[in-house]
Design a protein around this ligand. Sequence first.
Ligand SMILES: CC(C)(COP(=O)(O)OP(=O)(O)OC[C@H]1O[C@@H](n2cnc3c(N)ncnc32)[C@H](O)[C@@H]1OP(=O)(O)O)[C@@H](O)C(=O)NCCC(=O)NCCS
Length: 322
Amino acid sequence: MIGKIVGLGSYLPSKVLTNKDLEEMVETSDEWIVERTGIRERHISDPYTESVSQMAVNAAKEAIRDAAIDPEEIDLIILASTTSNMVIPSCSCVVQRETGAKNAMCFDLNSACTGFLTAYNTAQSFIEAGHVKTALVLGSECTSNYVDWTDRGTCILFGDAAGAAVLRAQESDRKNMFVLHADGRRSDCLYAENMKQRKDPEELIPKTFFQMDGKEVFKFAVTAVPQIIKELCTKFSIDKDEVDLFVLHQANRRIIEAVSKRLDIPLEKFPMNIDRMGNTSSASVPSLLTELKKAGRLKEGTKIIASGFGAGLTWGASYIEF
Ligand SMILES: CC(C)(COP(=O)(O)OP(=O)(O)OC[C@H]1O[C@@H](n2cnc3c(N)ncnc32)[C@H](O)[C@@H]1OP(=O)(O)O)[C@@H](O)C(=O)NCCC(=O)NCCS
């Protein structure tokens, strides 16, 4: 058994923050941001109407419609988020309640920007083991809540969004093909602490903002992503030249260009929406897949390698056939 993606959906907050807007907030320029990152604008959520769980519900409803299934058929909901608005219950339980997926077991996971791939492969393992027939997998992020809007090194990068995929068990000769890695020794490259305490909240608030060594993360990404894609191809005898699309986590255009060059694969095979979205962490891969489907670029049999990477450090790659 393997889970086939039969539905995709996404949600983007309506408020757009452009590089020009950021010029008013920190010492930066549209030219610098575009040249170093490829980002032109990002979406920022409304704290009252566009929380991680609310955005996830919207993306989930679109994915369920796209899959043309009854929500009661869903056996499992896994939601990946680094910036969840819920301590308890999990956001996946909110998604269950709001979509009517009353037969699903639900849990959230946090694997930073590798979150969607981790959730996707966890769902695939439930399907392969025969426990689940239909799964809903989501990535939803309000990164803007954890950004220090006075730090030009990080605030230019991130955006908010949610994406969702419905997986359906299908007889198959092949197993789900994936590789996931983590290196907790390098957690200081990119982190934020959850510091809601009874005492001294003012002093502790700065610790909740993303702290990042941008150069280290950049070096990690341009090395680890080509390596893990090669590892995936070797492990499962995949010919990388036969892969139609490489759907990478959208962190920085220059990272994607470097991966394309290091793998010697044309950049046209690396779709991007980073210019309009910024880095939306675990939401980036499912949002981009949704865009590709709407643009008619995902046909029956389209071969994809998806890859995510980020804080942890964590990184992963999956082979997905439509
Ligand atoms: C953050 C990032 C864009 C910075 O680009 P960079 O080329 O490494 O730039 P540097 O940090 O070396 O900074 C170069 C100069 O630009 C300045 N600078 C930094 N941010 C700036 C900004 N927003 N606008 C203008 N100047 C800026 C720096 O202060 C530095 O100035 P100095 O030379 O006078 O000290 C890049 O390191 C990056 O994308 N890293 C990966 C981050 C990432 O993807 N994180 C999430 C992973 S999931």
